[in-house]
Design a protein around this ligand. Structure first.
Ligand code: NAD
Ligand code: DAO
Ligand code: ZN
Length: 368
């Protein structure tokens, strides 16, 4: 079949809208009509050339929602008409990683996914007979896409696509890091570095679990109002403080119980660790730094009880947890609507990247 898609031909260049060829689903695969997709900082990271796994030409996008149009042989858990959210972190429930119960990093199709290919090591997308690469097993910047059955969460049919697509990455990554990775307890003091599409969801998660102080740190003063609406109790703009770590330590009687880095800046990652409390502070890295970047601190920071950790997709097991998060939204337990600041058509997708870079948008959503 033919489908409209935004193609990333080369790093650093705008996407172009093309009519591309899409082969039908093979064994264990599903054809999905994407109804809406968010534009995440990670799409920009890959497009910019900073992603070591970035392969071109490719169809980016990993924050979508849509409807199953066709299923390939061997597919048992999904049928035509089901509503789904594609998962860049699949959940096979049978690999060593899934069975460990210690991680959400399913590895069953990791090798081919990282190479921009489907599990049989080929691509379903092509143009003029030349293959186009998939992205993160999702490629949601296409009106139709093919994904592995294990990379699709089935969701309720009354959930609006233009809102719940954001659960495909930002919402789950932020709220999940609080609930599934850090397991923040009521009364804890929390610091969030970076109040963008991810950090605001960390704030929302911290508020949900009953955190005490929720301190937000951002260079952009425009982010303060929105963050307060989501539960931030204190705002720190690093431009106004000689030493951000000292400011946080003073505010929290010795340091935060938990900190979350939601920027991808290795210097900030150090501050995020060092502002946590001696003896038990835990700092969770969510931001993705550029290829080859390294983090550093004095080892004594760890000897004295602070822990440095990371979180991918909020530690969520996609097929199990994503439908629950959709329920939370439908029950009014989480706010997604206010974070979707811009709606675009596919033809204007590059504007979505511009709005992100200028700091004007929290999330732009493309509706097909
Ligand atoms: P964003 O651009 O929407 O937000 C980043 C925020 O950080 C902005 O508000 C910006 O003003 C602020 N900022 C930038 N530099 C700063 C500094 N030095 N000090 C304080 N604030 C600063 O980005 P996002 O969509 O929220 O993504 C954040 C990061 O999370 C990115 O690195 C993205 O790739 C990563 N990410 C990780 C996962 C995961 O599973 N680990 C998933 C999605 C995104
Ligand atoms: O299993 O090795 C692996 C890779 C898991 C990918 C985790 C990606 C998290 C960071 C990228 C954010 C994408 C939106
Ligand atoms: Zn698995």
């Amino acid at each position: 079949m033919k489908t409209q898609a935004a193609v990333a031909w080369k790093s650093g260049q705008p996407l172009t809208i093309e009519t591309v060829d899409l082969e039908g689903p093979k064994f264990g695969e599903v054809l999905v009509e994407i109804k809406a997709t968010g534009i995440c900082h990670t799409d920009y990271y890959t497009l910019s050339g900073a992603d070591p796994e970035g392969i071109f030409p490719a169809i980016l996008g990993h924050e979508g929602a849509g409807i199953v149009v066709d299923v390939g042989p061997g597919v048992t858990s999904l049928k035509k008409g089901d509503h789904v959210i594609p998962l860049y972190t699949p959940e096979c429930r049978q690999c060593k990683f899934c069975l460990s119960r210690k991680t959400n990093l399913c590895q069953l199709i990791r090798g081919t996914q990282g190479k921009g290919l489907m599990p049989d090591a080929t691509s379903r997308f092509s143009m003029d007979g030349k293959p186009l690469f998939h992205y993160m097993g999702t490629s949601t910047f296409s009106n139709y896409t093919v994904a592995a059955e294990i990379s699709l969460a089935k969701i309720r049919e009354d959930a609006p696509f233009d809102k719940v697509c954001y659960i495909g990455c930002g919402v789950t990554t932020g709220i999940g890091a609080v609930i599934f990775t850090a397991k923040v307890e009521a009364g804890a003091n929390v610091v969030v570095f970076g109040l963008g599409g991810i950090g605001l969801n960390v704030i929302q998660g911290a508020k949900m679990v009953g955190a005490d102080k929720i301190i937000g740190v951002d260079l952009n003063p425009e982010r303060e109002a929105m963050a307060r609406k989501f539960g931030m109790t204190h705002f720190i703009n690093p431009k106004d403080h000689a030493n951000v770590v000292d400011a946080i330590v003073q505010l929290t009687d010795g340091g935060a119980d938990y900190s979350f880095e939601c920027i991808g800046n290795t210097k900030v990652m150090r501050d995020a660790l060092e502002c946590t409390h001696k003896g038990w502070g835990r700092s969770i890295i969510i931001g993705v730094a550029e290829a080859g970047a390294e983090i550093s601190t004095r080892p004594f920071q760890l000897v004295t009880g602070r822990k440095w950790e990371g979180s991918a997709f909020g530690g969520a097991r996609g097929r199990t947890d994503v439908p629950k998060i959709v329920d939370w939204y439908m029950e009014g337990k989480i706010n997604i609507d206010d974070l979707i600041t811009h709606k675009l058509r596919l033809a204007d997708i590059n504007k979505g990247f511009d709005l992100m870079k200028s700091g004007e948008s929290i999330r732009s959503v493309v509706e097909f």
